[in-house]
Design a protein around this ligand. Structure first.
Ligand code: SF4
Length: 280
């Protein structure tokens, strides 16, 4: 329900996804370039890590669409190869090598799953309205484990994940909240599944921890709207949405438009986040 302001006018809900909020939290300027600047600025070249992530997510989604008898590791590897994305790799040889690594990775991961244990949903769109936010997002997998709803998020990065990562993730908390609202059932448990290793990082939320994450998300929405008002009032884009340079600037789609980001972090080859040891 819309929140009433003091003047009696309903306050507009801030329409967002967890990714939109985290983009602003990481770098307000990147948020402006992604969501506000129109016409949109041209982005840098595609990243191999995005190709890897999208290919793995696609294969895991397709695997659950298979009839039970075909939910095998071999089939998962085959699906990965079918949907492999070739953008961002150094050359066809590197792409094929990583395609085969990824095929092995998804095969190993699905071997840890019970194929007969049907998820409640795969790549499910969920949404929630709070007093401040109209929130939506897509959950990689939603399990119903003996009556308990569990949000599962697949990760394909190189860094191992911990339970602290799962607990601190605003996106996972907001997904849990949106799942509860969408399905009208409580959802407390969230998991990060690190597909390369099969490790699972877990957090058990409660009303208080979800409430804290929601308050932070709503405060971010306020900050974003205040920054937008300052921009409309004539404050310079760099002041209203300041850059926040750091090591991640190497991987920013907009670094070519951002001198601060280029000064903060070196140029990287598009495949380096995945295959850094293969960089030339
Ligand atoms: S390069 Fe860095 S500072 Fe510049 S917009 Fe991107 S994330 Fe922000």
């Amino acid at each position: 329900m819309d929140q009433l302001q003091l003047d009696g006018m309903p306050r507009r809900l801030f329409v967002c996804t967890p990714s939109k909020l985290s983009t602003f939290a990481d770098c307000p300027q990147r948020y402006r370039m992604t969501y506000l600047d129109r016409p949109a600025l041209p982005k840098g070249p595609p990243w191999a890590h995005n190709s890897l992530g999208t290919s793995v997510h696609g294969a895991l989604r397709a695997w659950w669409d298979e009839p039970l008898a075909r939910r095998t590791p071999t089939r998962a590897a085959h699906l990965l190869r079918l949907g492999w994305m070739t953008d961002g790799w150094r050359d066809p040889d590197q792409s094929v090598r990583w395609r085969e690594r990824a095929a092995e990775m998804v095969g190993r991961y699905v071997a840890t799953l019970d194929p007969a244990r049907e998820p409640k949903a795969v790549e499910r769109q969920v949404a929630a309205r709070t007093e401040r936010l109209a929130l939506s997002g897509r959950v990689d997998r939603l399990d119903d484990r003996d009556g308990e709803l569990v949000v599962v998020d697949y990760k394909t990065g190189r860094r191992p994940l911990t339970d602290d990562d799962a607990r601190a993730s605003q996106a996972l908390a907001l997904y849990a909240l949106a799942v509860s609202r969408t399905l009208r059932r409580p959802c407390w448990r969230v998991e990060l599944h690190h597909v390369p290793t099969g490790d699972v990082a877990v957090a058990e939320h409660d009303e208080a921890s979800l409430g804290r994450q929601l308050s932070r998300a709503e405060a971010l929405a306020d900050d974003i709207e205040r920054a937008g008002e300052r921009l409309r009032a004539g404050v310079g884009p760099d002041q209203a949405f300041p850059p926040q340079p750091g090591p991640l600037c190497s991987w920013c789609d907009y670094r070519r438009h951002c001198p601060q980001g280029r000064a903060a972090a070196p140029d990287r080859h598009p495949w380096e986040a995945v295959a850094g040891d293969e960089a030339e």
